[in-house]
Design a protein around this ligand. Structure first.
Ligand code: ZN
Length: 298
């Protein structure tokens, strides 16, 4: 049985500080190698973490496009992305099989899994965590404006996203949730390898459909807020006519689509610069093969 290496990345966004604390605490308390699985730890964006900012020049978690990585090393995050791939990438100096990227959100998402695209190995890992913790899975795909995510540069990888918590604010409850997940991951993989658990045949996912911006004036200023009925209602379905925004005059702007959708990242502070007020998802069932997953983790 070969040793699997899992790269645990925290501080990919420098102002999301709880994962950094959690990883630090975990690495002090637990062995690096256990159950034939080795954890590697790295702060994704150390300079941004030092400064308490999301990034220096570019969002690191949008800097892993193959084409982008080949150029412009003068951009701090591109240089950092290249370093991480050269060091821990599948063909790197210290290659890792799996990358787990830990993030926090200011949105009321609870603990969730974010997947990028439909890679079978990612579904296995997501199924494992959903089976253990019942976590919702947000599948990000088909969004040409948002690409170059860190975990996509590894053969298998997921984001663990926990909120709500303010940027640069330490919250022991959030830290604890990260500790539980990092701590359980090895045990769960081990159980699956030894056929001690059976993964559910169907995985419930929330597939990305698109994002919407705040209503804006011609000069670009936001002129309506997220409606109070929508605040903190991540993962709760909305249908045609349900309120989305409210302007200064008290006028409501409703959802006008025909299909029921499940919004996520409602009001995420960091997404304002990306012109995203919330993202829409649709619920879907995906089949996962136990056999394929056992093979992968063995
Ligand atoms: Zn983040």
């Amino acid at each position: 049985m070969s040793l699997k290496k899992i790269l645990i990345v925290s501080g990919t966004h420098g102002n999301e500080i709880n994962p950094v604390w959690a990883v630090n605490q975990f690495s002090k308390q637990k062995n690096t190698i256990d159950k034939n699985i080795e954890y590697k730890y790295i702060i994704g964006n150390p300079l941004a973490f030092e400064r308490g900012s999301r990034y220096i020049d570019n969002d690191l978690n949008r800097s892993f496009n193959a084409t982008k990585c080949n150029r412009d090393n003068s951009i701090y995050e591109i240089k950092r992305a290249n370093f991480l791939i050269e060091k821990f990438g599948f063909n790197g100096i210290d290659p890792c099989d799996i990358a787990i990227d830990l993030h926090t959100t200011t949105a009321n998402m609870g603990t969730s899994i974010v997947m990028y695209g439909r890679r079978v190995k990612d579904f296995c890992l997501a199924a494992l965590l959903q089976h253990k913790f019942g976590l919702p899975i947000y599948l990000h795909e088909k969004d040409l404006k948002q690409t170059g995510f860190l975990v996509e540069a590894w053969p298998c990888g997921l984001v663990i996203e926990i909120g709500s918590v303010a940027q640069n604010f330490y919250d022991p409850k959030i830290i604890n949730r990260f500790l539980i997940i990092i701590g359980s991951l090895r045990d769960e993989i081990n159980k699956l390898k030894n056929k001690q658990i059976k993964l559910p045949k169907d995985l419930v996912i929330y597939a990305h459909q698109g994002s919407i911006d705040y209503p804006r004036e011609k000069n670009g200023n936001i002129n309506a807020l997220i409606h109070p009925e929508r605040m903190n209602q991540d993962w709760r379905p909305i249908k045609k006519g349900d309120p989305l925004f409210v302007d200064m005059e008290g006028n409501t702007k409703p959802y006008t689509g025909e299909d029921t959708i499940w919004p996520v990242f409602i009001g995420e502070v960091a997404y304002k610069e990306k012109n995203i007020a919330m993202s829409f998802t649709k619920k879907e069932l995906v089949s996962v093969s136990d056999y394929v997953c056992e093979e992968f983790f063995t």
